[in-house]
Design a binder for this molecule. Structure first.
Ligand SMILES: Cc1cc2nc3c(=O)[nH]c(=O)nc-3n(C[C@H](O)[C@H](O)[C@H](O)COP(=O)(O)OP(=O)(O)OC[C@H]3O[C@@H](n4cnc5c(N)ncnc54)[C@H](O)[C@@H]3O)c2cc1C
Length: 392
């Protein structure tokens, strides 16, 4: 569909991947973003092999090689002893196993790289300061409206506007996101400051009652990304940028091993933030008329498999390939949903289940990881999924 006009709502990782993937198949989409400037949060992101495939499709392979860090070992740490319960090999052999590398990266670096790559080919691709508020559809066009009074019309509109998607609300009457009773704290430490506490593996999760601490190197091993997920009855704010204090993070981890406490104490307080985790049920259908959804707008997932952004990237690449392959918008959506809905919804359920497993498993009686979600590729492993070659 060569002359298709496309509007994407949201310049997060999902929206940008989609714009880049569409660019690769010859379609120049316009991305409308609510924020007045692009400012991705300071945190790490796992780019598993399936996500690497997506970014390579978008032309970002060399960027990942330059800015990503590939660990050679992972670890699951007992919260009280600080010792490894298991140290699986992750990273180094993934290219041979899954066809693409595994990277750990700073979110802002990736976001900037995506924006730069997109704008180098189309400087008008992203329009900032436009909050989507509504849409009207005819048989073959969609007009979108923004809070500043602006409007635009296209053949196809994609809602990539995250957990509280306004586009989703225009298409489907579904319940609001629910607080999960879990809060995440994130921070960035200097690698030099935390080196003594990183003995187990360059990328590891510490598991304790109702809590996990995930920590891994980013930025060429000069920084360490730390995310603590804590079960709590106290409702916290949802935004990614509510400041947190060292004291409240330490209070959540009383009785944890000195290496883990040392790590938490080494995070500069001005990089510490907290946010609440919200959950939303899977949708059986993502499209209506000339409008569809992707990423967290379609299937917001809990972070326990580190797959939310990866799924948004997979969606974007598959959707662009469907645009290339189909002869009409209904056919695009038919192909897209057939390829993606069951897979992504399976990962959503798998991420929930993994959260329950992390928070209820007694590390004193650890017997091994649960079986990976079967929603993945031939090995039942999510990493084996390749959005650039999967049948559309
Ligand atoms: C603690 C934590 C750790 C995580 N770690 C990982 C990880 O390691 N690996 C991984 O793959 N995933 C991870 N994820 C998940 C990942 O962050 C999300 O799944 C991903 O960001 C979803 O991307 P998206 O583009 O769909 O939505 P978002 O990133 O939410 O982007 C939506 C965009 O739309 C814009 N927008 C919203 N409303 C409007 C509107 N009305 N009009 C215009 N624009 C609008 C927003 O400003 C934003 O820019 C993690 C999540 C959490 C909470």
């Amino acid at each position: 569909m060569e002359d298709l006009s496309v509007i994407i709502i949201g310049a997060g990782i999902g929206g940008l991947t989609t714009a880049l993937a569409l660019q690769r198949v010859g379609i120049a989409a316009t991305v409308y973003e609510a924020a007045p400037e692009l400012n991705e949060v300071g945190a790490g992101l796992t780019i598993s092999s399936n996500a690497t495939h997506a970014l390579e499709f978008c032309g970002l392979g060399p960027f990942l090689e330059e800015h990503g860090f590939t660990p050679d070992q992972g670890g699951l740490i007992h919260y009280r002893t600080g010792k490894a319960l298991v140290q699986p090999q992750i990273g180094r052999d993934y290219k041979a196993k899954f066809g693409a590398e595994y990277y750990l990266i700073h979110r802002a670096d990736l976001h900037n790289g995506m924006v730069g790559h997109l704008q180098s080919q189309n400087s008008d691709a992203i329009v900032l300061g436009h909050t989507f508020v509504g849409l009207e559809q005819t048989d073959d066009a969609v007009t979108v409206r923004f809070s500043n009074g602006a409007m635009d019309t296209a053949d196809l509109v994609i809602g990539a506007d995250g957990l509280r998607s306004a586009v989703r609300d225009c298409l489907f009457d579904t319940p609001e996101p629910k607080f999960t009773g879990q809060v995440a704290f994130r921070g960035l430490a200097s690698a030099a400051d935390v080196e003594p506490f990183m003995s187990v593996a360059p990328a590891a999760v510490a598991m304790g009652p109702g809590h996990t601490i995930t920590r891994y190197y980013i930025r060429n091993r000069t920084m360490v990304n730390v995310v603590c997920l804590a079960k709590t009855d106290v409702w916290q704010e949802e935004g990614w940028s509510t400041p947190a204090t060292t004291d409240e993070v330490l209070k959540e981890h009383e009785g944890w091993h000195a290496d883990l406490i040392g790590l938490l104490k080494a995070i500069p307080e001005d990089t510490l933030y907290k946010w609440a985790l919200f959950d939303r049920d899977a949708l059986p259908v993502w499209s209506q008329g000339q409008v569809t959804l992707l990423g967290d707008a379609a299937h917001p997932m809990l972070p326990f498999q580190g797959m939310g952004a990866a799924m948004a990237m997979e969606d974007g690449v598959v959707l662009a390939r469907c645009v290339e392959a189909a002869a009409s918008v209904p056919e695009v959506f038919e192909r897209y949903e057939k390829a993606r809905v069951e897979h992504a919804n399976g990962v959503l359920l798998g991420s929930r289940a993994m959260g329950v497993w992390y928070q209820t498993t007694d590390p004193d009686n650890f017997t091994g990881f649960p079986q990976p979600s079967s929603a993945g590729g031939p090995e039942g492993n999510l990493m084996a999924y390749n959005p650039a070659t999967v049948t559309v």
